[in-house]
Design a protein around this ligand. Structure first.
Ligand code: FES
Length: 136
């Protein structure tokens, strides 16, 4: 499962035109995003914070596969939030259900940066997946 839900109405996300960075906290991992490589994978909206994270080895739980049907991908955007796509009503409803939500909360699978700012994103403690499969 993954990608976009056909049942959710959303505005068209502006596509990034320039490289930008996303810093994931508390691990303090900064990744460089090249818009030419978007979408990276299949989970979440193309170019979403989830798409970027997974492509760079940063685990964010995403139980529904990135279709705005859970709230496990909840993140808190500490910087650069104005460069993100507007949240849909469905995303806002899901965020209300996320433990520890704040006014800066977003669903990583739905929030798509337009590249006009560097981002700093906090992954809540309950959402960090410390169990990793060893490389095969
Ligand atoms: Fe389920 Fe984002 S992964 S809402």
């Amino acid at each position: 499962m993954g990608g976009s839900s056909p049942y959710i109405q959303r505005g068209e996300a502006r596509k990034a035109q320039q490289k930008f960075s996303v810093t994931f906290q508390p691990a303090n991992v900064t990744v460089e995003v090249d818009p030419a490589k978007i979408p990276y994978g299949r989970d979440g909206e193309p170019g979403s914070i989830l798409d970027i994270a997974l492509a760079h080895g940063v685990d964010i739980d995403h139980a529904c596969g990135g279709v705005c049907a859970c709230s496990t991908c909840h993140v808190i955007v500490r910087q650069g939030g104005r460069s993100l796509s507007e949240p849909s009503d469905a995303e806002l409803d899901r965020i209300e259900q996320a433990p520890g939500n704040t006014p800066d909360s977003r669903l990583a699978c739905q929030a798509v940066p337009d590249g006009t700012a560097n981002l700093e994103v906090e992954i809540p403690g309950w959402n960090r997946n410390f169990a990793r499969e060893p490389a095969h």
